[in-house]
Design a protein around this ligand. Structure first.
Ligand code: HEC
Length: 117
C-alpha cells in the first residue's frame, strides 16, 4: 500500500517532465541567440515561408522530399541553404524570384542562426 502512495506522489512530476514542445526538441541549448532566432522566425520569416514555400516543402510527403520549413527546427537546420536558394532565385521553384525585402529576411534569419552556440 505504501508503494502506491509514493507512486501517486510522483505522478505530477512525471507529467511535468513529459511536457515539451516539438520545436525545441532538436536544440540542446536554449540561449539568448536561439531565442532571438526563434522570435525573428515567428514574427517575420514564417509568413514569407508559409506564402512561398510550404506548398511544396511540407514534410515527408513534400514534392522536394525535404523538410517542412514551416517548422522552426527544420528552418534553423536549413537556414543557410534556404538563403542560398532564394538569393540565387532557384527557389521558389518555377516561381518568380522573391523581392529583395523578403530575401533580406532569409539573410537576417541565417545570420541569427549562425550566432547560436
Ligand atoms: C513549386 C514547388 C516549390 C516551391 C514553391 C519551393 N520549393 Fe524548394 N524545392 C522544391 C523541389 C522540388 C526541390 C528539390 C530540388 C529541385 O528539384 O530543385 C526543392 C529544394 C529546395 C532546397 C534544397 C534542399 C531540399 O529540400 O531539397 C531548399 C533549401 C529549398 N528548396 C528552399 C525553398 C524555399 C526557401 C522556398 C520558398 C521561398 C521554396 N523552396 C519553394 C520545390 C519547391
Amino acid at each position: 500500500m505504501k508503494k502506491v502512495f509514493y507512486l501517486l506522489l510522483l505522478l505530477p512530476f512525471m507529467f511535468a517532465c513529459s511536457e515539451s514542445s516539438d520545436e525545441d526538441e532538436m536544440v540542446p541549448e536554449v540561449n539568448e541567440e536561439y531565442i532571438a532566432a526563434k522570435n525573428y522566425y515567428n514574427n517575420t520569416l514564417k509568413s514569407v515561408i508559409t506564402t512561398n514555400c510550404v506548398s511544396c516543402h511540407e514534410g515527408y510527403h513534400s514534392r522536394s522530399n525535404g523538410s517542412n520549413y514551416g517548422e522552426l527546427t527544420n528552418a534553423i537546420n536549413s537556414a543557410t541553404t534556404m538563403y542560398n536558394q532564394v538569393n540565387s532565385g532557384n527557389m521558389p521553384k518555377d516561381g518568380d524570384k522573391l523581392s529583395q525585402t523578403d530575401i533580406a529576411k532569409f539573410e537576417e534569419f541565417k545570420n541569427l542562426v549562425d550566432a547560436i552556440e
